[in-house]
Design a protein around this ligand. Structure first.
Ligand code: TA6
Length: 300
């Protein structure tokens, strides 16, 4: 689909100098955002933010050079929108159907301080029809930081809606072996590398020298990634989230993922914000749950 083939119903969301809709990888519609501070890219597939970069800084997000851009496949990197379940599920794709669904773009606007706000909505799908009736809206605000809000509303007549959600962010780092992650000391976690063993984080600063796959529970704290190679501090602030997941596949897992380069584990770390496992959400009819994450960075 060349730029000229972008459907009219998408072109109408363009904002001159700020928002452009064009053909991305895999001939998938992609939205390019330009602000006073830098750029971002979002695919309608999964409402997936694949890039965010401030002028004068390295990209904030990591997206694999080997990622697929295909129907039914998750994009490997950026910010996967995980809903309505996290992790594996019998007979289903891991991490829910939201990240492999084509979301609808409903609104784009240039915000006064020089940024851009975009709102996406998850249309009804055969999979979503098997769950209590809900709406899922996703608001992406691009300024000198990246603000993401996943808003789930239970619109069923009388059923509580039980679900997990997570913004599964892949951060770009210079060398994961020289990164420190702070903000989780004292938090209980499930160690997926050791068969979900229950542990408590003892380190002031987490360092990575092997596969790490930890689901921290009952923690609302902000997390910081200190990247000595890129001389940058990344800050992950969140609201409406009781779980934080830290993941790096390391060498063996990296080699097992066809959509991930064998050496790419060195340039990424996931710090994910959501409500998973015992922190899952049970939403009464008529109520909404907002998962909000603010991703920012500064040179150090
Ligand atoms: O969030 C960490 C995790 O659950 C890991 O266990 C690993 O499976 C990762 O997500 C990637 O999941 P994906 O389905 O994107 O391959």
């Amino acid at each position: 689909m060349a730029t000229t083939d972008i459907p009219e119903q998408l072109k109408k969301f363009e904002v001159p100098g700020r928002v452009t809709v064009l053909e991305g990888n895999g001939e998938m519609p992609k939205i390019e955002v330009r602000t006073d501070w830098g750029t971002a890219e979002i695919y309608l597939h999964g409402a997936h933010v694949t890039e965010f970069q401030k002028r004068g800084e390295p990209p904030l997000l990591f997206t694999s050079q080997f990622s697929r851009f295909e129907a039914g496949q998750g994009i490997r990197g950026g910010v996967p929108v995980i809903f309505p379940w996290f992790g594996a599920r019998e007979g289903e794709a891991a991490h829910g159907f939201a990240r492999v669904s084509d979301w609808e773009l409903h609104e784009t606007s240039a915000v006064p301080e020089g940024g851009v706000t975009l709102r996406f909505r998850l249309p009804e799908t055969p999979e979503s029809a098997t769950w209590p009736a809900f709406t899922a809206n996703y608001v992406v605000t691009v300024t000198d930081r990246l603000t993401l809000e996943l808003i789930i509303t239970n619109i069923s007549a009388g059923q509580p809606f039980s679900f997990e959600n997570c913004l599964h962010t892949y951060f770009h780092v210079g060398d994961v072996r020289t990164v420190s992650i702070t903000g989780l000391k004292g938090a209980a976690y499930l160690d997926k590398v050791e068969n979900f063993a229950s542990k408590t984080e003892a380190a002031d600063a987490i360092q990575i020298s092997s596969e790490v796959d930890r689901v921290y529970l009952d923690t609302t704290a902000a997390v910081e990634i200190l990247d000595s190679a890129l001389k940058r501090k990344i800050r992950v602030e969140k609201r409406g989230s009781a779980s934080t997941v830290v993941w790096n596949p390391w060498i063996a897992k990296a080699q097992q993922m066809p959509d991930f380069g064998n050496e790419e584990y060195q340039q990424m770390v996931c710090v994910e914000s959501g409500n998973v496992s015992k922190n899952k959400i049970v939403l009464p009819p008529g109520k909404s749950a907002v998962l909000k994450v603010v991703l920012s960075s500064e040179k150090i």
